[in-house]
Ligand binder design. Structure first.
Ligand code: ACO
Length: 335
């Protein structure tokens, strides 16, 4: 069964409450009908109810049974303002500023997740990645034992011999502009855990560079080398290796030449990029040139799942990201 089919079934088995703060956005409204009708989650739209229902009518969309919350009318608004103020007052937050900030749907939705009125959040059809991440980083924060929030893409090229039958996880392509070696190690470990827990594959993690096993000397290579050592030390149960060039990581014949003793080289199914420029360019190259389906960017490392959409997304993409968020929420609720 395809990965997404498996995840859809998993989402239906234990439905999660997923808040969509861009409640009056057309693709979001269309996706919400599908999520509700197929029983993939309990979607919650944030926004002005009349405006949302009017738009749904124009689109021919039936939102029967979908919860719609207008922050201005919510009886939880004051609780959210107070909780946000309490958590940020040592950073200079005042009650007056909190009162303005929390009325913003993205902050309101994040507070719903924080105070357990929702299990996860999906947004980004209109807002930028930074708009979503900032409230997440300020309010939800990282899961216990996790030092850094990062992102991953599930890249799928049907028929390809690379990775896990054409599926690879890429990280970090959307959050950390220039991680230090400790952060890079944390990103590698988080992505390996995502491969195991969400994609149900045994990760083989390649730490990418322009050097393979000492073929070049540069401070940029040193960072990847140190991150590899640290990640191996922290998680001896995982197969992590580096530094590896991309071809040595995924092509068996190149690996046999350049890294013959590596258990990862030539067979990697998780690719860790050294910084955001490499990661972001890398995933877009594979998406465009190889025609890969790029699912994400999904966040990992938050205490509760919140996820971003590409502004170019369609309603199907929103449904899939809601499903992935719901499955992440199930895993977190089970802990
Ligand atoms: N993990 C955990 N905490 C973090 C992280 C992280 N990766 N980054 C920042 N924080 C924390 C900070 O410690 C701070 O906490 P505090 O306020 O409680 O002290 C809080 O988050 C806010 O930090 P700032 O430094 O104020 O936030 P910043 O302005 O750096 O924004 C952001 C962080 C939004 C992640 C920024 O790094 C960013 O814009 N990243 C790139 C996003 C992007 O443009 N991606 C490319 C497009 S996506 C695509 O193409 C698919």
């Amino acid at each position: 069964m395809e990965l997404m089919d498996k995840l859809w079934n998993a989402a239906k088995e234990n439905k999660q409450r997923i808040v969509l703060p861009e409640g009056d956005e057309e693709r979001t409204i269309i996706a919400t009908e599908k999520i509700q009708k197929l029983g993939l989650a309990f979607p919650i739209l944030v926004g002005n109810e009349e405006k949302i229902l009017e738009k749904a009518k124009e689109l021919g969309v039936d939102l029967t049974g979908v919860e719609i919350i207008n922050p201005e009318k919510s009886d939880r608004l004051q609780d959210y303002i107070n909780a946000f103020y309490e958590s940020r007052k040592n950073k200079g937050m005042t009650l007056e500023k909190a009162d303005k900030i929390v009325r913003d749907p993205l902050y309101f939705g994040t507070m719903m997740v924080k105070l357990d009125d929702a299990d996860g959040m999906v947004s980004g059809a209109v807002h930028t990645t930074g708009d979503l991440l900032r409230p997440g980083l300020q309010i939800i924060k990282t899961a216990p034992g996790v030092s850094v929030v990062s992102s991953f893409f599930i890249m799928m090229v049907p028929g390809s011999k690379y990775g896990e039958n054409g599926m690879l996880l890429f990280s970090d392509c959307a959050v950390n502009p220039n991680p230090n070696y400790e952060q890079l190690a944390a990103i590698a470990i988080a992505t390996a855990d995502t491969a195991r827990n969400l994609c149900k594959i045994e990760p083989r993690v390649a730490m990418l560079s322009f050097s393979t096993m000492g073929s070049a000397d540069h401070e940029m290579v040193d960072k990847v080398r140190k991150a590899t050592e640290l990640a191996k030390e922290l998680r001896p149960d995982l197969l992590i290796d580096g530094e590896l060039q991309l071809d040595a990581a995924i092509v068996e014949s190149v690996a046999a030449q350049k890294a013959p003793n590596s258990k990862v080289a030539g067979k990697a199914n998780v690719l860790i990029f050294p910084d955001l420029q490499a990661g972001n360019i890398g995933y877009k190259l594979v998406q465009r040139f190889a025609g890969a389906e790029a699912i994400g960017p999904m966040c990992q490392g938050f205490a509760k799942p919140i996820n971003d959409l590409s502004r170019g997304c369609n309603s199907e993409d929103i449904v899939n990201v809601v499903v992935l968020t719901a499955v992440q929420a199930q895993a977190q609720n089970a802990k």
